[in-house]
Design a protein. Structure first.
Length: 359
């Protein structure tokens, strides 16, 4: 069964060597017959090993359908050439610098990648779309994948939704907000058929070890201090990466042109997977106590560190629009998803050591 309409034959995925992009590429290779063009600059957090493993497992099903294009989107000429080569029916734009701490220390790279890179891609896709036949113009779609962080910070109650005003608080979220606005402007000004999604915190296998969950798992396994920002009471809404991929491909095939969809693990309309950072850290420690016990509980390694500047207090998404309009809902609760994720990191020590060497 295909995960996309039969009219979509060629898909360009930007950032396809990243955490979420890699999950999208693997799914496309596994559940469709499309040609996948994986555009990635292959930076420090890029990794193709998960896709290579999928291709080997699928064998003939994936043979020759995955094409890597090593391109930095800031390079407008190279980007335009990559789009010409891919000749896509669908563009899934996931490429972005995404680590908030790095954006605080070196914001320039985030403006280049997330703003200028998105501009370059939009211009290339606009030229591509203009040149398509009438039939293919009707099929083509540019899908922009963004974050709930563009909406700022919530208080103790309420949820982000498609109607929430933008209020970014970090260089990362400001650069993503700018990219969202560019995508919407290219739709309204030039008619480019676009759709946008804003997701909550993703987790799962193959996540580069600079984000909270892999940092905690690998610090605990190494019996090193587990860093916890501030009082640990910042709240996040957690979404397993495979549930996110379900949502992205559903929006690609059935979402309304020009629309935005918020995608979260919980929120109004169906359950809630909000957790404080302390709760997440303590849950990981409890899982490790069960499956790889030490003389002392892993929680004794938790160490408070100075809070991140401008640290948003709470994120939570109301996913009711995508639930009602497209029938999506997350299939994996946080407890089960987290346990599976911990097991995955335990089962892949060589990959973890390789990635830690890049941090």
């Amino acid at each position: 069964m295909s995960c996309l309409p039969d009219s979509i034959q060629r898909v360009l995925v930007t950032g396809g060597a990243g955490f979420i992009g890699g999950a999208v590429v693997r799914r496309l290779l596994r559940c469709s017959a499309v040609e996948v063009f994986n555009l990635d600059k292959l930076g420090y957090a890029s990794d193709l090993s998960s896709i290579q493993a999928e291709v080997e497992q699928l064998g003939g099903m994936a043979a020759g359908r995955h094409h890597v294009l090593q391109v930095d989107l800031v390079d407008q000429q190279a980007t335009a050439e990559a789009v010409r080569r891919a000749d896509p029916d669908l563009v899934l734009h996931l490429a972005a610098e995404s680590h908030v701490d790095r954006s605080i220390n070196a914001p320039g790279a985030f403006l280049d990648s997330n703003i200028i890179g998105t501009f370059s891609l939009l211009q290339a896709c606009r030229g591509h779309w203009d040149a398509l036949s009438a039939v293919r113009r009707e099929v083509f779609r540019f899908q922009h994948i963004s974050t709930d962080e563009v909406f700022g910070s919530l208080g103790a109650s309420g949820y982000f939704s498609e109607a929430t005003p933008y209020d970014p608080r970090s260089p990362y979220s400001a650069s993503k907000a700018a990219s969202d606005h560019l995508v919407k402007a290219w739709h309204h000004t030039f008619g480019l058929p676009v759709v946008t999604t804003n997701c909550s915190n993703n987790y799962g296998p193959w996540q580069f070890p600079e984000k909270l969950i892999p940092v905690v798992i690998l610090s605990a396994l190494a019996l090193k201090p587990i860093p916890l920002y501030g009082d640990g009471l910042n709240v996040r809404d957690w979404l397993h990466v495979e549930d996110h991929v379900d949502a992205l491909l559903l929006v690609a095939g059935q979402g309304k042109t020009g629309a935005s969809y918020c995608v979260g693990g919980g929120g109004e309309g169906g359950g809630c997977d909000e957790r404080t950072n302390r709760e997440v850290v303590e849950s990981i420690c409890a899982i490790l106590d069960q499956i790889r016990p030490q003389a002392e509980p892993y929680s004794h390694l938790i160490s408070r560190v100075n809070d991140r500047p401008g640290h948003d207090r709470r994120y939570a998404i109301d996913s009711s629009l995508i639930r009602k309009e497209l029938g999506w809902s997350p299939s994996l609760g946080f407890e089960n998803g987290l346990r599976q994720t911990v097991h995955w990191y335990l089962d892949h020590p060589d990959w973890c050591q390789q990635m830690l060497g890049r941090s």
